[in-house]
Design a protein around this ligand. Structure first.
Ligand code: AP5
Length: 215
């Protein structure tokens, strides 16, 4: 199964992806996580991406498409969930072409729909584990021990782009550059919308029902 998961920053893409990959044994390909790893490893790509990410701008398409094409080509037969990619119509079209060349296609596009104000609360309260990628929230999804990852990895961090000011910029870029991707898929393979304002388990339940209906 090859899945694209769309949604605004903070809509809950990472949170839902963790559950989807666990249940269906798929590879989680998060463009944001891959970029953060490149930065941590101080690679050329990581250095180029840094200023865009810190200001909440999108990293240029040519860098992202090359990075994600490489990750997808190494994905196992069972399939993957794309989280945070594609984020522009150019990226979506490049993805289609790369998959077509490999005799593959996207099976389903899931879209988490949410209000901007909820997103700001979620992102500014998010705490992340830099080791395992676990995601928490200071109110909605507290770790068992304050500030520490439940999996024993150590201290949780606040991402540098999770400030209110940067979130406003990320949201503006989402509306201008990523919302058209929803339209792109609506005009091709179709999009399944999910209300992302509810409880995590309720959203996962609806997503699983949709994915079960495909297999
Ligand atoms: P990226 O890392 O992809 O960030 P994002 O899309 O902005 O998404 P987030 O990770 O912020 O949120 P999420 O939807 O995964 O929410 P989460 O589950 O964590 O990208 C970062 C940057 O990298 C970009 O700004 C850009 O610069 C660059 N980049 C990445 N991909 C790119 C691309 N393709 N092209 C160009 N540039 C690219 O949840 C958020 C919080 O809410 C958490 O605290 C969570 O605990 C909580 N929460 C989740 N669900 C619920 C719920 N149902 N109820 C209550 N709380 C919830």
């Amino acid at each position: 199964m090859r899945i694209v998961l769309l949604g605004a920053p903070g809509a809950g893409k990472g949170t839902q992806c963790m559950r989807i990959v666990d249940k269906y044994n798929l590879l989680h390909l998060s463009s944001g996580d891959i970029l953060r790893q490149e930065r941590a490893n101080n690679t050329e790509l990581g250095k180029k991406a840094q200023s865009y990410m810190d200001s909440g701008a999108l990293v240029p398409d040519e860098l992202i498409v090359k990075m994600m094409a490489g990750a997808i080509s190494n994905a196992p037969e069972g399939g993957f969930v794309l989280d945070g990619f594609p984020r522009t119509v150019n990226q979506a079209s490049a993805l289609d072409k790369a998959l077509e060349a490999a005799g593959q296609k996207i099976d389903v596009v899931l879209n988490l729909v949410i209000d901007d104000q909820i997103v700001v609360d979620r992102i500014t309260g998010r705490r992340s584990c830099p080791v395992c990628g676990g995601v928490y929230h200071v109110v909605n999804m507290k770790p068992k021990e304050d500030g520490l990852c439940d999996k024993g990895c150590g201290q949780l961090i606040q991402r540098p782009d999770d400030t209110e000011e940067v979130v406003e910029n990320r949201l503006a870029n989402y509306h201008s550059q990523t919302e058209p991707v929803v339209g792109y898929y609506k005009d091709s393979i179709g999009v399944c919308d999910f209300d992302a304002a509810g409880a995590v388990d309720d959203i996962s339940g609806l997503v699983f029902k949709k994915l079960d209906s495909l297999s």
